[in-house]
Design a protein around this ligand. Structure first.
Ligand code: FES
Ligand SMILES: [Fe+2]
Length: 370
């Protein structure tokens, strides 16, 4: 990282009134992105997939995290594990699209084959025609390289450098603030795939954890006054919430008590009382792009008809399209020198945004920012 960038980040962390946002370079520079890959995405628990999209043994989904090709695989025992998506022979990426690999993950180049636990099962002709073995070559040491994985409910997390605290501790503050979800009765009723969004991943995160924009951007779906909202800052968990005395809304409106909880760096869970959850899979793909999906869940066992489910999907599609337009314009604004010093944050409604940005700045400065 350049010394200019270091200086900008240090001034971001200084106490000013009101606080400033992260400098524009944090959202558009390739070098800053490279440092984030080595720090933010490597040392924390990053959400990379939905278990409900990998129902069968042999289902395999490639994903790039921290700039590294990874592979999620469901094994014969029903567990999902992540590996580096790279053949141990000549390091070709193994699986290039989601699908079922059967019982073996076979490299297309020289047909080395790994089982669903990553063990190398075949290295045909490696030591000569008909010879799988070779002097000094130990098949048992050449299985797929594992990546630390934790599956919490439907959500698959990895910690690429293997050094984060155990997931339960890491996510403890979020789990406490969720409170009272009946996990035995959570039902995934659908997935929305928004595809690529032309924005830096941080803008999506910041958008969920500030309630300031809601009344303006989502005026057709909510009429809750801003004053009912509050922000949450609790360790790795940041969020925005609104508590209403009674649930006046229906499933066709946002006028219910709700809570958006982010788990640093990229996980968001929305809880809409009394019985809906929405979970966002936010996959950063470069300084100015990311992919997003949203899983829709019912809690408490209520069954919805297909018309109701379609209605919910349409509602959330429209709401998030409103957000996506805003975050793409935040990104576009970073081309202006006016944004170099980050803009200004509300001390009341965007303290959560500042807390999130501070975690990024500290990770980048402390781990690889040199
Ligand atoms: S690179 Fe995979 S078998 Fe050769
Ligand atoms: Fe929004």
């Amino acid at each position: 990282m350049t010394s200019d960038m270091q200086t900008l980040l240090e001034s971001f962390l200084e106490e000013t009134e009101p606080r400033r946002g992260l400098p524009a370079a944090a959202y558009r520079d390739q070098e800053f992105w490279n440092v984030e890959c080595r720090s933010v995405f490597a040392r924390n628990w990053v959400c990379i997939g939905f278990a409900h999209e990998m129902k069968e043994a042999g289902d395999a989904v490639p994903v790039t995290v921290a700039g590294q090709p990874l592979l999620m695989v469901r094994n014969g025992a029903g567990e999902i594990n992540a590996f580096h998506n790279v053949c141990r022979h000549r390091c070709l990426t193994l699986v290039d699209k989601p699908g079922n690999v059967g019982k073996l993950i076979r490299c297309p180049y020289h047909a080395w084959a790994y089982d669903l636990n990553g063990t190398l099962r075949a290295s045909p002709h490696f030591g000569g025609a008909g010879q799988q073995e070779a002097k000094g070559f130990d098949r048992s040491r050449n299985g797929l390289a594992p990546v630390r994985t934790h599956v919490w409910q439907d959500w698959i997390f990895v910690n690429v450098n293997g050094e984060a605290s155990p997931f339960e501790d890491y996510a403890g503050s979020l789990m406490e603030r969720l409170g009272g979800v009946d996990w035995q009765n959570v039902d995934c009723i659908g997935t929305l795939d928004f595809g690529e969004i032309s924005t830096n991943w941080k803008f999506i995160m910041e958008n969920f954890i500030e309630p300031y924009h809601v009344q303006f951007v989502h005026s057709s779906t909510t009429d809750q006054p801003l004053s009912d909202h509050y922000t949450i800052i609790d360790g790795n968990c940041m969020g925005s919430a609104v508590d209403l005395d009674e649930e006046v809304g229906t499933s066709g409106s946002l006028a219910v008590s709700s809570r958006y909880l982010a788990l640093y760096p990229n996980f968001i869970l929305g809880r809409y009382f009394p019985d809906q959850l929405g979970v966002y899979l936010n996959i950063p793909t470069g300084p100015g792009t990311m992919n997003q999906k949203r899983g829709l869940y019912m809690t408490g066992g209520r069954q919805l008809g297909s018309g109701e489910i379609e209605g919910l999907k349409r509602l959330w599609w429209d709401v998030h399209k409103e957000d996506h337009e805003m975050v793409e314009r935040l990104q576009a604004g970073r081309a202006s020198p006016v944004s170099d010093t980050g803009g200004i944050l509300s001390p009341v409604w965007e303290d959560s945004v500042h807390a999130f940005q501070s975690l990024v700045a500290r990770d980048v400065i402390g781990h690889g920012g040199h």
